[in-house]
Design a protein around this ligand. Sequence first.
Ligand SMILES: NC(=O)c1ccc[n+]([C@@H]2O[C@H](COP(=O)([O-])OP(=O)(O)OC[C@H]3O[C@@H](n4cnc5c(N)ncnc54)[C@H](OP(=O)(O)O)[C@@H]3O)[C@@H](O)[C@H]2O)c1
Length: 150
Amino acid sequence: MVWASKDALARARAELGKDEQIRAVIVRMDVTDSRSIDDAHRNVKDRLGAVDVLVNNAAVLLFENDDVLSIPTDGYRRTFDTNVFGVIDVCRPFAPDMVQRRYGRIVNVSSGDGQLAKMSTYAPAYSMSKTALNAFTRILGATYKGMGCW
Ligand SMILES: NC(=O)c1ccc[n+]([C@@H]2O[C@H](COP(=O)([O-])OP(=O)(O)OC[C@H]3O[C@@H](n4cnc5c(N)ncnc54)[C@H](OP(=O)(O)O)[C@@H]3O)[C@@H](O)[C@H]2O)c1
C-alpha cells in the first residue's frame, strides 16, 4: 500500500487553503487497490460533488538502470500495476460521471521516455509502461470524443 505521509498531505492542504476561493479536501487512494479507488471516488463525490478534472499523476520508476532482460517479470508487473492498470482503474469510476454530465477532463501524466521514437535502453519497465499509458490515453480520448469529454 502506498500513502503520502500525513505531514505532506497536511502541508499541501494548508498551502491550498491560503486561497479562500479554493475548497480542498484530502482523500487518500492507492491506485493498485480497487477498494481504495472506489472509497476515494465515493468520498470525493460526497464531499465535493462532481469531478471536472481528474489528473492521474501517480507512477513508480523501478529497476531504472537495469537492462531489459534482467528485470524480473514481477518488476514489470509492479510497474504496470501502478503506471498503467492503476490509471485505467481510476478512470473506470470517474469517466462515466463525466460522460453523464457531458463535461470532464482526464489528464494522464506520461513521459518522454514513453515515446517510441526516442526509445533506448533507459528504464525499460517504466518506459514501456508510459508507452502503454499513451496508447490507453489515445483510445480513451477516441472513445469519449464528442461526448463533452477528452
Ligand atoms: N520527475 C520527472 O522528471 C518526470 C519526468 C517525466 C514524467 N514524470 C511523471 O510525472 C509524474 C510525477 O512524477 P514525480 O517525479 O513527481 O514522481 P514522484 O515524486 O515519485 O511522485 C510519484 C507519486 O506517485 C505516488 N504513488 C506511487 N504509487 C502509488 C499508488 N499505488 N497509489 C497512489 N499513489 C502512488 C507516490 O506516492 P508516495 O509519495 O506515497 O510514494 C508519489 O506521490 C509521474 O507520472 C512521472 O512518471 C516525471
